[in-house]
Write a protein that binds this ligand. Structure first.
Ligand code: PNW
Length: 493
């Protein structure tokens, strides 16, 4: 890592007398020599990130790998779901996706060219255990061994997620997937197996990605795999088994990890943003943070379900034991949060929890993904709540990014100025958090490249590299140029 250079030294280095104007900036596209901590724009001090900040990108197995039948991989609920007509836009599947299974070396070079220090990927459970439990398939894990070695050879730290939604179909068939406690147990066994074999090289492990998405969207709304519409006790028990699976996995990871392994979670918390930043609304947002995440991150951090959640659920409250709550709240080394969109709240003295939700007005701007309302301050309030409410000492932004229409221009380049504006605005708010000593240690941009966007198929692109699926050609978008500059300067540009 290059030495921190302050404004004066930088000015000296560049030979400019005084403020360096934007026109004197090195051109986009290759500035790894630019000193860290120097955005070279007015107000630089407000743009620098802490030294050693970890800039990364993120992806997930089913969204990029393809090769769904190769080397003994078993079917997952996403294979079944995407092959069910009418479930995914244009009936798209992840059968080939970005063919990353074969092109991983190319993709590592994309990251190297960006200058990222870390890569968050996920491991496909059905590659490692084709039936979810039972005999392992060593050839499946070999792929991740190759990937990890390639990353390390290129000075990129691997951050591995164990579950990013591709549940082995067999567990769905036999136990109802996360409806069954057996799945939580099988997950822990799989977690222990992988940990024992990768943590000589992989030092950061995430158990589960986004309870708030795969349970709610998959088991409640039926929009994602497995396409169920559970309600009442069945839904609450499924949520409980998912957090239990996380807790059992944390224990299994601790039991089989090589020393120096750190374990955490990647959750898309609901992020309450105070409508106006006054102490009353801020207090309301803090109360909302606990309640709106009661079934997931709150019980993980506090070891109990909130009184309000249990009372509101009444007879539908999940059945649990004190020992399970202890397992669920097994201490974590870090907390990862995926940050996209806000939930505005205001103080409301008439509510038992002190807040009311404020719905988005019709005119509120959003990305092509209907749920992605754009509010950069979500990237301030998300980590701030986690640090303040639960005293988290190490936080990662495990995903942040946006979909865009991304049409290539005549010169073949995608000038995604909307995504650049989104990222710049969100990162400015993240910088506000780090300046207040909220302990955010790293940021993983979603996503390295366009990929299979679940029920939206290939229609909503989130990448900073454009993927031509007919040729598998990857082309850096303007946002990739932007991100390269952010990383090189360790500052918002
Ligand atoms: C996350 N919502 O998904 C996932 O972790 C990624 O796999 C995904 O590609 C990315 O964000 C972009 O969608 C979400 O409806 C899906 O609020 C849906 C929602 C949130 C996150």
């Amino acid at each position: 890592m290059s030495k921190k250079v302050n404004r004066r030294t930088f000015v000296k280095l560049t030979g400019a007398a005084g403020l360096v104007s934007a026109t004197e900036m090195p051109s986009l596209g290759g500035s790894n020599t630019v000193p860290q901590g120097s955005s070279a724009r007015s107000g630089d001090a407000l743009r620098d990130f802490p030294r050693g900040f970890i800039w990364g990108t993120a992806t997930a197995s089913y969204q990029i790998e393809g090769a769904v039948k190769e080397d003994g991989r078993g079917p997952s609920i996403w294979d079944t779901f995407s092959h069910t007509p009418g479930k995914v836009v244009n009936n798209a599947t992840g059968d080939v996706a970005n063919d990353h299974y074969h092109l991983y070396k190319t993709d590592v070079q994309l990251m190297k060219a960006l200058g990222v220090k870390a890569y968050r990927f996920s491991i496909a459970w059905p590659r490692v255990f084709p039936n979810g439990d039972g005999p392992p398939n060593p050839k499946g894990l070999d792929f991740y061994n190759r990937l990890v070695d390639e990353l390390l050879a290129n000075d990129i730290q691997p951050f591995a997620t164990l579950y990013h939604w591709d549940l082995p179909q067999s567990l769905q068939d036999r136990f109802g997937g996360w409806e069954g406690r057996e799945t939580a147990k099988a997950f822990a066994d799989y977690a222990g197996y992988v940990t024992a074999r990768l943590t000589d090289r992989v030092k950061h492990i995430f158990t589960i990605n986004e309870f708030g998405a795969f349970i709610e969207v998959g088991y409640r709304w039926g929009i994602h795999a497995p396409g169920l519409k559970l309600t009442g006790l069945r839904l609450n028990q499924t949520r409980h088994h998912a957090v239990l699976g996380h807790g059992l996995a944390v224990q299994a990871i601790r039991a089989s990890a090589k020393s120096g392994t750190r374990v955490g979670i990647a959750e898309n918390i609901t992020i309450p943003v105070p409508v106006v930043e006054t102490p009353t609304h801020v207090a309301a947002a803090e109360s909302a943070m606990r309640e709106m995440n009661a079934q997931y991150l709150t019980v993980i951090m506090e070891g109990k379900y909130t009184d309000y959640y249990l009372k509101s659920a009444g007879a539908d409250a999940p059945k649990f034991t004190p020992e399970e709550l202890k397992t669920i709240s097994s201490p974590l080394d870090f907390v990862g949060i995926n940050v996209y969109t806000p939930q505005f709240v205001r103080a409301d003295a008439s509510s038992p929890v002190g807040y009311a939700q404020v719905p988005h007005p019709k005119s509120f701007p959003h990305a092509p993904s209907f749920w992605l309302f754009i509010a950069p301050d979500a990237l301030y309030w998300g980590p701030r709540h986690v640090a303040k409410l639960w005293n988290a000492k190490e936080i990662y932004i495990t995903e942040n990014g946006c979909s865009a229409s991304d049409e290539p221009a005549a010169d073949g380049k995608v000038y995604d100025t909307d995504r650049v504006t989104y990222l710049r605005s969100y990162l400015t708010q993240l910088r506000r958090a780090t300046a207040e000593n909220v302990p955010v240690r790293g940021y993983f941009l979603w996503s390295l490249m366009d990929n299979f966007e679940w029920a939206d198929g290939y229609t909503n692109r989130f990448g900073i590299h454009y993927v031509d699926y007919a040729t598998q050609k990857r082309t850096p978008k303007l946002s990739a140029d932007f991100y390269r500059e952010v990383i090189a300067r360790n500052a918002v540009v």
